[in-house]
Design a protein around this ligand. Structure first.
Ligand code: FAD
Ligand code: S2G
Ligand code: ZN
Length: 481
């Protein structure tokens, strides 16, 4: 693929030996010390099958104490470690670069407690997002994040990547919803920060360091998170627009006109729609014409269905009369709503089926957000299909460039241009997916030298031997003496 790794294996890291295997077999259940080729091969490759490591060992600890023992031992033996969750990450952060030991917390999937009055959930980091949301549904609560990978991603991975997702516009960042964490550091220290208080102003709020740390500062073993009340009425509109300025206008109108009930605002362009219709079974365009330039999904969530529906219908009529939309439909039932979401959530899968994908997850000022898609299509011409979609409500564009195969000429046309363009427009080169391996040497496009230097000092303080998810997030240069 386009990921030629030009990073040397860190010579200070040891190689696994039989004593190590015997040690892990002593402290862990035998069937959680995995050397089986098949299971290792899937743990070594990322979801996009773009990044592949050569780990010889996968460990599946069942509790915090086992994680602590594993890390204390790996730290003393200078064995590098990759924390892994659902392995749905999209920047190569969840798989080894070389032979790092993979530690997957998937067996640590217990729900610890739910405070039914406050909605504060405590659970182990290996809980799968979808399972947590199903558990909460019975208690009339819901997870504050929702992403296409919910069936496999774990809450520990979500916190570690500071995942955004489809409901960010309503429920905000995990930095706001996560109230506490339990984390195990490289030397085995268990940091119990698993508070469940909304307000606690006693010293530095260190849990925030680990939110978005992508496995480079420690392994998250427990999460305490504030879950919003699950409300009774959800409605979803699927709209067609003919230009990007109309999409922006719709966003402004939605924030003002739908206000407190707005719970998602997503958009996709015609290339994204064509790809989904072409590559996914059973998906069809809700409108007779497939010549629309843009599509927008607007979801509202409130407490009075007739009121909410009327509000959305009025919004639709006004938008039509105002020329902002050329067509629009409100889902009549949950099935139709799911078919609308399937179009938006299926783009990632459709891109994988179309061949090679160059993925860019950018935060940009909304008025400029689509310009980079237009620029990129001009640069690449017929050599690639450029798709623009994402969480317009949060100014987050998913710029995905699709080609039949990875092609270095195409890659050279994309990078560093896309990062430079983003930096020029004071955007972020990673809105929600993190930096991982893919963008480990790109942080300077979005963070100042002094800021990166302080991050390096914190990394060295917390993980002096650099064994936690090496080669990722921060540039290699910070490690050279
Ligand atoms: P992994 O992929 O296993 O790991 C991700 C990173 O977290 C790695 O650096 C890993 O080392 C670290 N990590 C994992 N578990 C732990 C732990 N317990 N302690 C410390 N570090 C850990 N992302 C979004 O933000 N928004 C979206 O809308 C979105 N949609 C997606 C749709 C699809 C179809 C797919 C495939 C992915 C999508 N993603 C999205 C990306 C991905 O799902 C998220 O980054 C998710 O949070 C990763 O969770 P995971 O458990 O799979 O973590
Ligand atoms: C989404 C998935 C990643 C991508 O669908 O919101 O986060 O770029 C993305 O396809
Ligand atoms: Zn996304």
């Amino acid at each position: 693929g386009s990921t030629t790794i030009n990073i040397q294996r860190n010579p200070s890291f040891s190689m696994i030996n039989s004593d190590d295997i015997n040690y892990f077999r002593d402290i862990l259940d035998d069937n959680t010390v995995i050397q089986d080729e098949d299971r290792l091969s899937s743990a070594n490759i990322d979801w996009m099958r773009k990044y592949k490591g050569s780990s010889k060992l996968l460990l599946l600890p069942k509790d915090t104490d086992e994680v602590s023992k594993i890390l204390r031992y790996c730290n003393s033996r200078r064995l590098a470690v990759v924390p892994q969750g659902g392995n749905t990450g999209l920047v190569g952060g969840s798989v080894p670069v070389y032979d790092e030991v993979i530690v997957n917390v998937g067996l640590m999937n217990k729900i610890i407690s739910l405070d039914k009055v406050s909605g504060i959930l405590k659970c182990e980091a290996g809980c799968i997002l979808q399972n947590l949301d199903s558990f909460l549904a019975n208690e009339c609560y819901l997870m504050p994040i929702d992403l296409g990978a919910k069936g496999s991603c774990q809450i520990g991975g979500n916190v570690s990547t500071n995942a955004g997702g489809l409901h960010f516009v309503r429920y905000g960042s995990l930095h706001g919803n996560v109230l506490g964490l339990e984390v195990v550091l490289a030397d085995g220290t268990v940091l119990d920060m698993l508070g469940s208080l909304r307000k606690d102003n006693t010293g530095y709020d260190l849990k925030h360091l680990f939110i978005g740390s992508e496995g480079t500062l420690g392994i998250i073993t427990k999460v305490s998170i504030l879950t919003p009340a699950r409300l009774s009425s959800t409605n979803l509109a699927f709209l067609a627009c003919e230009d990007y300025s109309s999409c922006q206008e719709l966003l402004l109108k939605a924030k003002r006109g739908l206000g407190e009930v707005l719970s998602a605002f997503e958009f996709l362009d015609t290339n994204s729609m064509d790809l989904v219709l072409d590559k996914l079974e059973g998906v069809r365009n809700p409108f007779p014409s497939s010549l629309h330039k843009f599509y927008v999904l607007i979801e509202t969530t409130g407490t009075d269905d007739s009121y909410d529906r009327a509000k959305l219908e009025t919004f639709l009529v006004n938008s039509m009369e105002g020329g902002l939309i050329s067509d629009g439909v409100i889902a009549q039932d949950i099935n139709q709503a799911s078919s609308f979401w399937r179009i938006r959530e299926g783009i990632t899968e459709a891109l994988m089926k179309a061949g090679a994908v160059y993925k860019y997850d950018l935060s940009l000022p909304v008025e400029k957000l689509y310009d980079i898609v237009v620029e990129m299509q001009l640069r690449l011409g017929s050599s690639a299909k450029v798709c623009g979609y994402g969480h317009l409500g949060d100014g987050n564009l998913h710029l995905n460039i699709s080609t039949p195969n990875y092609d270095d000429n195409v890659f050279a046309q994309i990078e560093p241009f896309v990062y430079e363009w983003t930096a020029e427009h004071r955007g972020s080169i990673s809105a929600e997916h993190g930096l991982g391996l893919m963008k480990a040497d790109k942080i300077h496009y979005s963070k100042s030298t002094e800021t990166v230097r302080l991050m390096a000092s914190i990394k060295k303080l917390v993980d002096p031997n650099g064994i936690m998810n090496p080669y990722k997030v921060l540039p290699q240069s910070i490690y050279s003496p």
